[in-house]
Design a protein around this ligand. Structure first.
Ligand code: TYD
Length: 212
């Protein structure tokens, strides 16, 4: 039995982390085991890499170094947590996965797409999400929300960078419509949560019956 691998994506400040928590609770309420994770992070090794890669003091970091650090964090998470969870039939809900690398390092940083795809294949150890939900909203509103309490190294890149990230995500939605779905991130937390559940209805029919 293989479980289900769901990833949440979006530019900084789109409300993803709040929604990941709600979604995980809703899936757990249907009786499934849920493993909730975030990238970069989720293992001791990956959390150390997270601190390094997001530290605003590391402003000299080369894009290639950044790419490999995200992939290193990912590979550890896949081998140590995601693969075993899927093997025992759990639903894995991951806040970001390799589509973040496409949006941020290819669209955002302008690294060659071919390079990113090869790096993602290695970093993910060949594990692909069953469904990816892209929370989409206006860039300015999202970024001002994200940086209310200060900016990490990626958020400090500014609004033009975040616009490219958003466009990168929308391209993925167009290119892989079966797996990658755009979800409107505006409105109340409950409204957005309802849209996410709807976008999973074919994979998790029990979610639709949840009280909204
Ligand atoms: P985080 O604080 O987790 O942001 P959020 O709450 O918005 O998910 O920081 C993760 C940052 O790292 C975010 O700006 C996106 C970026 N990132 C990449 O650039 N490439 C990647 O492959 C991943 C996983 C994240």
């Amino acid at each position: 039995m293989r479980g289900l691998f769901i990833t949440l994506e979006g530019a900084d400040g789109c409300g993803k982390s709040t929604q990941a928590a709600i979604l995980a609770d809703r899936i757990a309420a249907t009786g499934r085991e849920v493993v909730r994770l975030r990238e970069p992070g989720g293992t001791a090794v990956s959390e150390k890499i997270r601190a390094l890669v997001l530290d605003p003091e590391n402003s000299e970091m080369a894009p290639e170094c950044e790419l490999l650090l995200f992939e290193a964090s990912r590979a550890q998470l896949v081998r140590q947590v995601i693969e075993p969870a899927l093997a025992r039939g759990a639903v894995v809900v991951c806040d970001r996965f390799y589509d973040s690398t496409f949006a941020y390092q290819a669209a955002g940083r302008s690294l060659a797409e071919q390079t990113i795809r090869a790096a993602n294949a290695l970093g993910s150890c060949g594990v692909a999400p069953d469904r990816t939900l892209v929370l989409d909203m206006d860039t300015d509103a999202a970024l001002s929300r994200a940086t209310r309490d200060g900016a990490d190294r990626m958020e400090a890149e500014g609004v033009a960078f975040q616009r490219r990230v958003r466009e990168g995500y929308l391209r993925l939605v167009a290119e892989e419509p079966r797996r990658v779905r755009r979800v409107d991130a505006t409105g109340t937390v409950e409204e957005v949560a309802g849209r996410l559940a709807d976008a999973l209805a074919d994979l998790l029919p029990d979610l639709a019956g949840e009280d909204r």
